[in-house]
Structure formats: C-alpha cells, structure tokens
Design a protein around this ligand. Structure first.
Ligand code: G4P
Length: 195
C-alpha cells in the first residue's frame, strides 16, 4: 500500500535495527484519513469471506480496526490488556508474552461479543514476534468462532512473527512489509516476495 509506505518513509523514525517509531500517525497521534484508507484496503482484501466481527487489541489496533469494521459494516471488538471493572462474567482470556517489553499480559474479551457463529477478521498495528496475533487466534478459538483472516498494518519481516502466524494456516495480509531497519533506513520487502 503505497500511501502507507510513503508515510512510513516520510515520518517513521528508525530507533534501532529492530524498532520503528510511527507515533505521528499510528501509535500516538492518529492520521484519520490514512486510517480510513487502511480500513478500505483491509475490506478490499478480505471482502466476500462472510466476516461478522473485527477483533483487535487495545490500544494501537483500535484505529485501523475500527476503520476496517466500518468498511466491512460489522462491529469492532477490542481485546483488553487490563482488567476491566465491568468485564467479569463470561470472560475469555489468553496469555500474551511480549518479547519487546519482556512481560506477560493477559488479554481478555467477553464471550458476549464473540460467539460460535462469528467469522472474525483479526487486525493489529504491528506484526513483530507474533505473540499478540497468536493470542487473538486463541481467544477466537476459545469462543468457538472462526478466524477469517489476519490484517496487519506494518509487518517486520525480519522478525519471527510472520512465519509463526502463517504456520497456523490462516491468511495474513500485511499492508507494509519491512525487510530491514539496518543503518537507520527503512527497506521494504518487494511486493509478492516471500522469505
Ligand atoms: P508481537 O505483538 O508481534 O508479539 O510483538 P511484541 O510483543 O514484540 O510487541 C509488543 C508491542 O510493541 C506491541 O504494542 C507491538 O505492536 C509493538 N511493537 C513491536 N515492534 C514495534 C516497532 O518496531 N515499532 C512500534 N512502534 N511498535 C512495535 P503494544 O505494547 O501492544 O502497544 P499499544 O498497542 O498499546 O500501542
């Protein structure tokens, strides 16, 4: 998705050989027009799959997730990372380990909002080590629902997540695939190329 890649080139800050800062349009300030285009692109790639819900994780997945949900004309559900005061009965949980932060989070969703008749599109901002996506897949399975596909805004192809998540057999679509962040420079993977 060229609009997104241009934005990453213009505004992304390479913090290290593994971390890209995109605070100006995705992780802190949010560019609504770009999010709308991202939502349209996810909807284009996953249309005709009978999707009934979009599921993401708070907080940075919510902006692209809600735009995808709007375009697919279905609700967005976001898994919570922190315990909610009002979320008590019928809670489905999964443990997600963050290699970046070296901490384990318990993510949760109410069984009221994901059920066995749902076909769920998973959306997240980054695919790095894949643990978040695997946690979301686990929540959907526990709910007895089906994963229709996985939509990622930025995939860091040099980390293990893409391989791990594709091994589940689900379709993964990433709108920008980063091959390297070496030497302070963003290098995108050639479209269609698989490593
Ligand atoms: P994983 O989700 O693929 O397993 O990766 P990991 O545990 O390493 O990621 C932990 C958090 O860091 C996630 O956000 C993830 O989106 C984010 N992240 C990973 N790599 C990058 C990167 O290169 N740049 C940026 N900006 N973020 C990255 P989170 O903690 O859930 O944050 P938020 O959604 O609350 O903003």
């Amino acid at each position: 998705m060229n609009l997104l890649k241009n934005k990453i080139e213009d505004e992304g800050v390479v913090l290290s050989g593994t971390v890209l800062k995109v605070d100006s349009f995705l992780n802190h300030q949010v560019d609504p027009e770009l999010m709308m285009e991202i939502g349209k692109e996810f909807a284009r790639r996953f249309k005709d799959l009978g999707i009934t819900k979009v599921l993401t994780i708070e907080s940075s997945g919510i902006a692209p997730g809600v735009m995808a949900a709007l375009q697919l004309n279905v609700p967005l559900v976001f898994a919570r990372k922190r315990k909610s005061l009002t979320l008590s009965e019928g809670v489905i949980t999964s443990k997600v380990y963050s290699y970046t932060k070296q901490e384990e989070n318990t993510i949760s969703v109410s069984s009221k909002y994901i059920g066995e008749n749902d076909r769920v599109l998973l959306v997240d901002d980054f695919l790095a080590n894949g643990q978040a996506a695997l946690g979301l897949i686990d929540l959907v399975k526990q709910a007895g629902a089906n994963v229709a596909g996985i939509g990622i805004v930025i995939e860091k192809s040099f980390q293990d997540g893409g391989k791990l998540v594709r091994e589940t057999g689900y379709r993964v679509e990433s709108l920008a695939e980063i091959q390297s962040l070496e030497n302070g420079k963003v290098t995108f993977k050639q479209e269609g190329a698989r490593v």
